[in-house]
Design a protein around this ligand. Structure first.
Ligand code: GLU
Length: 427
């Protein structure tokens, strides 16, 4: 059956293979030497399964696709407040290499333009350039699930042509944004941009973000869920150079492109995409890369804001197990809206029972918001002279009995306690 998906991806690539629009980046001379026809696509599902199409073995330099990952690493290492003090999260609407900062704060507008990315490098703790770079290198490798290497030719090529980035770094230093020597920080930035990846690496790195920071090959957490949420947010608003608005409406996935021709796109909770084709449009995005992502999004329904259906009812079944004892079977993921539905239903129906039993054995996941909301259940029920029990064999509520309703391992135990309670003999 997986072949159907494979054929589907091959067809999308075939549909775009003949397009030769755009041009290779040439401001870094080495980038102009790649095969302009190189074309690859990889799609990594949340469970780590990867589909590949075209040529997924081509290695290219990550360039600006590195930016969200160094930003995530900075957030991870020094925390959000310290990062926010140096880098904003507002789309600049300007080209990636513009020499500018926020008028009021004198800090880079966001981490996806060069000024913000160079500042992000300076926030990675390290006494030397090597120490900083090693952390970045290790982090990207951990996200990709394999050890990545640096393209020394591209690195040297950009080192000698990087006047604009040098201007940006010195400007940032003059505004007190850079922690460290501008030339050393630039060296790390250029090295990070020269890390070699394949589309499969990009897809895996994107999938690590899609999984909230857990890499699929080693099943290792490399970043916290909060850091990933922050990172994806800036990818949505600033990831595709100055074409972010068009990208979000047409493709609808947090993404980052690079002048090496790569794009990484993330569908949170579901998958990561890596695509490569080195001919770029005037904004610096891979022409065929964008076309492929558009096609994938439209045909596979991957837009992150597409509302396919309203969230399912959390209460799958309600019945009276014995007079005055009502059982509510819940299922799926219990988040804010589900917990709200449960509480409102109990409120409306509490005239019809003495004891409510919430059956949670079919709940897949529950978040802290829902936990907090259910915490108040027993209290509100007892205000109405009622009792609330919970059947929670997997301990998804992870709570003490005092705070919440009484918790039981099986429905039978809960029913016995409910009947005893009604009979007035509950101890
Ligand atoms: N190393 C490149 C630069 O700083 C990255 C640019 C990009 O991919 O947007 O100019």
């Amino acid at each position: 059956m997986a072949e159907l998906v494979q054929r589907y991806l091959d067809q999308i690539l075939a549909d775009h293979v003949s397009s030769t629009d755009g041009a290779l980046a040439d401001y870094i001379p080495e980038l102009a030497r790649v095969d302009p026809d190189g074309f690859g696509l990889s799609l990594s599902l949340a469970d780590g399964y990867v589909y590949e199409s075209g040529d997924p073995t081509i290695e290219f330099t990550i360039q600006s696709v590195s930016k969200p990952f160094t930003y995530a690493l900075a957030l991870e290492r020094i925390g959000r407040d310290a990062v926010d003090a140096k880098i904003g999260v507002e789309p600049s609407g300007e080209a990636f290499n513009v020499i500018s900062v926020d008028e009021a704060t004198k800090t880079p507008m966001n981490p996806m333009i060069n000024a913000g990315a160079i500042a992000a490098v300076s926030l990675i703790p390290g006494a030397t350039a090597d120490e900083r770079f090693n952390q970045i290198h290790e982090f990207y490798s951990a996200c990709a699930g394999r050890q990545l290497a640096v393209d020394d030719d591209v690195y040297s090529s950009e080192k000698v042509t990087g006047s604009r980035n040098r201007a940006i770094a010195y400007m940032l230093q003059s505004f007190g944004v850079l922690d460290g020597d501008p030339d050393e920080i630039l060296d790390v930035y250029v090295r990070q941009c020269s890390i070699k990846v394949t589309t499969t690496d990009l897809a895996r790195m994107a999938a690590t973000l899609a999984r909230g920071g857990v890499e699929a090959v080693e099943e290792r957490r490399v970043a916290s869920a909060e850091v990933v949420q922050r990172t994806l947010s800036v990818m949505v608003t600033c990831g595709m150079y100055d074409a972010a608005g068009d990208w979000v409406s047409a493709v609808g996935m947090p993404a980052k492109s690079g002048v090496g021709g790569g794009i990484a796109a993330v569908l949170p909770g579901q998958l990561g995409i890596g695509v490569y084709s080195p001919r770029l449009d005037s904004k610096g995005n891979s022409v065929r890369g964008v076309e492929v992502c558009r096609a994938l999004s439209a045909n596979l329904g991957l837009h992150f804001l597409s509302v396919t259906r309203e969230s399912r009812s959390t209460i799958r079944h309600t019945y009276d197990a014995s007079p005055g004892v009502r059982v509510y079977e819940l299922h799926g993921d219990l988040l804010f809206t589900g917990a709200e539905q449960v509480l409102r239903t109990l409120d409306q129906e509490c005239g019809e029972f003495d004891v409510a039993i919430l059956e949670l054995s079919r709940i897949d996941d529950i978040d802290d918001a829902a936990r907090r909301m259910l915490a108040g259940m027993r209290q509100s029920l007892s205000a109405a002279g009622k009792e609330g029990f919970v059947v929670d064999p997997d301990d998804v509520l992870r709570v003490t009995q005092q705070t919440y309703a009484r918790v039981f391992g099986t429905l039978d135990e809960a029913l016995n306690a409910a009947r005893a309670h009604r009979a007035g003999s509950d101890g």
